[in-house]
Design a protein around this ligand. Structure first.
Ligand code: EPZ
Length: 432
């Protein structure tokens, strides 16, 4: 199993280009199932998760061609025919977003059999809202032996979907299914994450008629057929936020480029409140801290535009050395503090009670061996390692490879001492 070793103490100075967003790319890839023509996605991140979904899509009949284009990495996905409507457990359990092939498969072919994804380390993560959305579109859903059987032999029908609470995945799934439904679909209490708008732009470029993504009400007028398109994946706001926190932690000056600062405004406001220099630029942000200690600030995770749950672990790492006590409330997932005990192995002073962690800043962290428990938790340990005295080694970094492209290279280019220690290949992958 590979590990990452970080020698703490180096400031970060330099430029980090932000990659395309993992959490958008994997939904856009699923959209390729909706047409028999090629979908070309540019600004594609090269990650374990995108590779993984490529493997599943290939099993369903998609030709997946990864190449270097004039503007970086791109992937062309072409599903002239769906050769199988079956997504098996061993593939879906490894990456739960694979479940999002269900809607497009039913929309295009009238049937699908897709494994339920099961839980993951950060929470139970049921898919009941996804299934309710498909039922509202007229699909007949049966559950047997861990599989969802969905059928709509005469096609999906437009309908009204009102979610009881905000779900990013269920909103995306509903959109992916409704674009080919007969009639108008209205999604109420939709998630407003920027990835939803990215999906709308891509689907509309493919000939769909979707309006309102990025607001709580999305209206979709179904069309009979979609066609091929080219779409550039939105910048990864979580990657941008992660490096912003890393710069705030290590000190120095880092410029994040190829992105949009407004995507992480809720984080930038907190960094400013903590005493960090933040300059918003046209294509990103500059983060500056010169030696002084940051002040503790409180955060509470919320759906977009609130503070992202996917930045909570990184922010907790930052608060471990701030002056004072920070309260961090997690409201999206019920078990997303697994990084806390690992940060405590580095000397952090944290107590967790229910959905709240109290982090009392310490003067110094000390390097130790720690273990990644999920994707964002793993990067929070790397961030802590940037300032911990001596060496920190993070194991189980297959989590990290799922969502951070060339992390060692990007941090290393700014002066961080981060290296990968090669180990035996592993096959255990949790599905967060
Ligand atoms: C997406 O997960 C992201 N994943 C997550 O990022 C992110 O943390 C999350 O949205 C929230 O922003 C991808 O985009 C691949 P939800 P998703 O449906 O769609 C409950 C990362 O690190 N729920 O908005 O699965 C659910 O259990 C990952 O990149 C139901 O109860 O999140 C959770 O408590 C981790 N029933 C809450 O809703 C459902 O049918 C929000 O989940 C669906 C969700």
């Amino acid at each position: 199993m590979d590990r990452i070793a970080i020698t703490g103490g180096a400031q970060l100075n330099g430029i980090i280009p932000v990659s395309g967003a993992k959490n958008s790319a994997i939904k856009l890839m699923a959209a390729s199932l909706l047409t028999d023509q090629p979908l070309r996605l540019t600004n594609m991140p090269r990650l374990a998760d995108t590779k993984f979904l490529g493997k599943l899509l290939t099993r369903l009949g998609t030709h997946v061609d990864e190449r270097e284009g004039p503007d970086g990495s791109e992937t062309i996905l072409h599903a002239p025919e769906i050769t199988s409507g079956f997504a098996p457990y061993d593939l879906v359990r490894q990456m739960r977003a694979s479940f999002n092939v269900l809607g497009p498969l039913v929309a295009r072919t009238g049937q699908a059999k897709v494994s339920l994804p099961g839980g993951c380390t950060i929470g139970a993560r049921p898919v009941d809202l996804h299934l309710q959305a498909l039922e509202a579109l007229g699909a007949k859903i049966d559950l047997h032996e861990g599989y969802v059987y969905a059928q709509a032999p005469r096609g999906l029908k437009g309908g009204e979907i009102e979610f009881p609470f905000v779900s990013v995945g269920a909103t995306e799934h509903a959109m992916l299914a409704a674009v080919l439904a007969d009639g108008v679909t209205v999604i109420k209490n939709a998630a407003c994450e920027p990835e939803l708008l990215d999906l709308q732009i891509c689907l509309n470029a493919m000939g769909a008629r979707v309006e309102g993504a990025g607001t709580p009400t999305i209206t979709i007028t179904g069309v009979a057929k979609l066609h091929g398109a080219t779409h550039s994946v939105i910048p990864d706001r979580i990657e941008m936020g992660t490096y912003a926190v890393a710069a705030a932690m290590a000190g120095g000056e880092v410029q994040l480029t190829r992105s949009r600062p407004e995507l992480i405004d809720s984080l930038l406001v907190k960094l400013e409140e903590a005493g960090c220099g933040v300059v918003r630029t046209e294509d990103g942000v500059i983060i500056r801290r010169n030696g002084h200690r940051l002040e503790a600030v409180d955060v509470e995770t919320q759906p977009y535009p609130g503070f992202a749950t996917d930045l909570q672990a990184q922010f907790m790492a930052l608060m471990t050395t701030a002056k004072g006590e920070s309260r961090i409330r997690e409201t999206i997932f019920e078990n997303r503090f697994m990084h806390a005990p690992e940060l405590m192995r580095l000397g952090a002073d944290i107590s967790v009670s229910g959905g709240e962690a109290r982090v009392r800043g310490v003067e110094r962290l000390e390097g130790a061996e720690v273990m990644a428990t999920d994707l964002r938790a793993s990067v929070s340990l790397v961030i802590a390692g940037l300032v911990a005295r001596g060496e920190t080694t993070v194991s189980r970094i297959y989590h990290l490879d799922r969502g951070f492209e060339r992390l060692e290279e990007k941090l290393g280019a700014c002066g961080a001492q981060v290296r990968r220690i090669k180990g035996e290949p592993e096959d255990a992958i949790d599905n967060d």
